[in-house]
Ligand binder design. Structure first.
Ligand code: 5BU
Length: 501
């Protein structure tokens, strides 16, 4: 790896913005023909941000900071039509609180016939806000119009400098360009988080005739290593009441009723290997959790009597039985595994499945079991993102496909196993493993983060905790601590909303 660490490292706001842009599909990969006729393997569609208010806000915040830091003096802000108009409005109206000017592409044939709308006087100095600068052509046209109206414009603030000669052309015309990102920063980010590989880097460099000889990457800190730091969707969590009313899944109805009754959004992962140890823990932990998760295939003395006792405890103590079996095979094999020696479909309320085998190998098989009252199984949790370091589910395309499978089959997919909120459908519950209040990682790839990150920032619903409780000397004390922290995190927003009303 030819690292150019430092040179192109974006700051925290930029990194946050780039991550959001990646998650919101601003960067599109494929084969595109640009306005210039050039072919490009990447297309940066900044207009995606009109649909994501958090992106529009972050971009406007970045543009505003650049303007302030530049110390350029100006009395008005001009948005270059049309793509930059929303940004210019937010920057002028909200952040910098200066008059907004709009330059028409053509003069109106009626009324004032003005080419420039807004509050200004001859001789005023204005700045320009633009989204993407390629050759600088549109900016020079706007500068010319402004000049003809007696306005002075020598500074342009843009989100992306595509490095296609715009900066140089503007400079020749006496116009300074300030950019939030240039192509190299964008590409260094994409390479650093493995969204593009070295070959894609080379293809982009060639197609856009860029001058970089080596792949440039910056160091991604431990916390940032994984792309799933922020939610995929802006559709925030609605209240439990609303979600209860929305969900048609009997399983989720049951889970939400347990959550409310027990003030708990906790699932305990009991990875003990003997039935005695597991049952002892279930008896003590049952009252505080909404679900108990087991791995049936790690239990050395697995028996039918074990599952009978487990079912009885679940019925009495009101929790969901979750077998984390992670199906990932043909539909036929999944069917055999559900009914095989462990008879999973008979005692588990919910199981996990990977999405890798594709929708046709998942949905019909599980639907058959879930709709059959002879089986206890009443929902599946689709694994959209794993908690492990370097997980291949960090490839966003994969997660998006998993989300699509779930969104379209909400009668059987009652939840996701995920790191961050990914679906806009709030009736699908987001279960999240990789939570520990006292440790960051184990020696075999697990990555843990705290409850606040998992529930408040990443907007998950149910915390899956294992060793944080089960390896502790005082497991029930720890369990209560996790329950309280997780429940406070989940209900905080709801309580805040109630307070505001
Ligand atoms: P831990 O002891 O808190 O690391 O236990 C987490 C449990 O969740 C454990 O049973 C794992 O098998 C399970 N898990 C996970 O940790 N990460 C994942 O991405 C998935 C499951 Br899927």
């Amino acid at each position: 790896m030819n690292a150019l660490i430092g040179r192109t490292r974006p700051d925290a706001l930029q990194r946050n913005l780039l991550r959001k842009m990646l998650a919101s599909q601003v960067f599109k990969f494929g084969e595109f023909t640009l306005k210039s006729g050039q072919k490009s393997p990447i297309y940066i569609d900044l207009r995606e941000c009109f649909g994501h208010s958090d992106l529009l806000i972050l971009m406007s915040e970045g543009l505003s900071s650049m303007v302030t830091e530049s110390r350029v003096e100006y009395s008005g802000i001009v948005g270059v039509p049309y793509g930059a108009l929303p940004h210019a409005s937010v920057v002028a109206g909200l952040y910098l609180q200066k008059p907004l000017l709009i330059v028409r592409k053509e003069a109106k044939a009626y009324g004032t016939k003005k080419l420039i709308e807004g509050l200004y006087q001859q001789g005023d100095r204005v700045i320009l806000v633009e989204d993407v600068v390629t050759t600088g052509g549109s900016i020079l046209e706007v500068v010319e119009t402004l000049k003809n109206e007696g306005l002075v414009a020598t500074d342009v603030f843009c989100i992306l400098d595509r490095e296609q000669g715009g900066r140089e052309r503007l400079k020749e015309a006496g116009v300074n360009l300030y950019s939030l990102f240039n192509m190299e920063t964008v590409m260094a980010f994409l390479a650093s988080v493995n969204a593009i590989n070295d070959q894609q880097w080379a293809e982009i460099v060639k197609a856009l005739n860029l001058k970089y000889e080596t792949v440039s990457r910056f160091e991604v800190s431990k916390e940032e290593e994984d792309l799933n730091v922020l939610p995929f969707t802006n559709a925030g969590r609605t209240s439990l009441q609303e979600r209860e009313a929305l969900t048609t899944s009997p399983l989720n109805h049951k889970i939400i009723s347990f959550m409310k009754k027990k003030s708990s959004n906790l699932c305990l992962a009991i990875d003990y290997t003997t039935t005695e140890q597991i049952l002892q823990m279930v008896e003590k932990a049952g009252p505080f959790v909404v679900a108990i998760k087991v791995h049936s295939d790690i239990i050395t003395d697995f028996s039918e009597s074990f599952t009978q006792q487990l079912v009885q405890l679940a019925n009495n103590l009101e929790f969901i039985i979750f077998d984390d079996r992670k199906f990932a095979d043909t539909g036929n094999t999944t069917k055999l595994q559900l009914t095989g020696p462990f008879k999973i479909a008979e005692w588990a309320d919910v199981v996990t499945t990977h999405a890798v085998q594709g929708v046709d190998s998942i949905v019909p098989v599980f639907r058959e079991f879930i709709n059959n009252p002879a089986y206890r199984l009443s929902g599946v949790l689709l694994i959209a993102q794993l908690s492990t370091k370097g997980s291949l589910t960090n490839i966003h395309e994969y997660t998006k496909k998993a989300v699509q499978i779930a969104d379209e089959n909400r009668d059987i997919v009652s939840g996701f196993i995920t790191q961050t909120r990914i679906s806009e459908f709030s009736d699908i519950l987001n279960w999240t493993p990789g939570v520990n209040l006292d440790a960051k990682n184990d020696s075999t790839g697990q990555q843990w983060r705290g409850v606040e990150q998992a529930i408040e920032i990443q907007q998950n619903d149910i915390v899956i905790v294992g060793r944080g409780v089960t390896s502790s000397k005082e497991p029930i004390q720890q369990l209560k601590r996790y329950r309280q922290t997780a429940w406070e995190s989940l209900t905080k927003e709801e309580n805040e909303k109630i307070d505001h009303n």
